[in-house]
Design a protein around this ligand. Structure first.
Ligand SMILES: [Zn+2]
Length: 193
């Protein structure tokens, strides 16, 4: 924060001379941390609003798949300003269409994926995403819960975590059992939804 405050002071001091090139403080702060939406190489699209619904794309999921997703959605609801809930019927307005495939479909190294199912708006809002989870690789509750948290994060615009993570941060890629969002990512979410 000290550096940030000093930068603001510099901009104030030089405000007249640099009026045409000064970066707004909020954008400067965001750029120094990480990307938040919409759909860059590492981030997901923005969701359309704070109500984040989901459905099970295949009927009769066994509880090990439904529960990890439900628990991760409940966590998003509890930890951020977003509202989730229990599964709905699948349709094109559902926010997350949730499905499970094995490595023969997803690839040997892909634990999960997030894609936009519908046409994205020019400003990067996707009204319906698909999360695919890999049943070959995700063999424990904690692995499924971590990947659910990670892919859900992408569906609201989050990118991957690198150096600035806290100790339990599901936006790190790979084989971990970290099921929380870091506070910076929670602030991203609450700033928009
Ligand atoms: Zn990812």
């Amino acid at each position: 924060m000290g550096v940030f405050v000093k930068l603001i002071n510099v901009f104030v001091i030089l405000g007249i001379a640099l009026a045409s090139v000064v970066v707004p403080p909020q954008n400067l702060m965001t750029a120094r941390a990480d990307v938040f939406g919409p759909y860059t190489a590492d981030s997901g699209p923005f969701a359309d609003n704070y109500i984040h619904t989901w459905c099970e794309g295949r009927a009769n999921y066994i509880p090990i798949w439904r529960d990890s997703m439900q628990d991760a959605m409940d966590y998003l609801d509890a930890q951020t300003d977003m509202t989730t809930g229990t599964p709905h019927q699948c349709n094109d307005s559902i926010d997350i269409w949730y499905d499970v495939f094995d490595s023969s479909v997803l690839g040997l190294d892909v634990r999960g994926s997030t894609t936009c199912r519908v046409a994205m708006t020019p400003d990067g809002v996707c009204g319906s995403t698909q999360i695919k989870m890999n049943s070959t690789l995700l063999t424990t509750y904690m692995a499924r819960r971590k990947t659910a948290c990670h892919e859900i994060g992408h569906t609201v615009g989050l990118t991957h975590s690198f150096g600035y993570s806290t100790s339990s941060d599901c936006m790190i890629s790979g084989d971990y059992t970290l099921t929380f969002l870091n506070t910076h990512h929670v602030e991203h979410i609450n700033s928009r939804y």
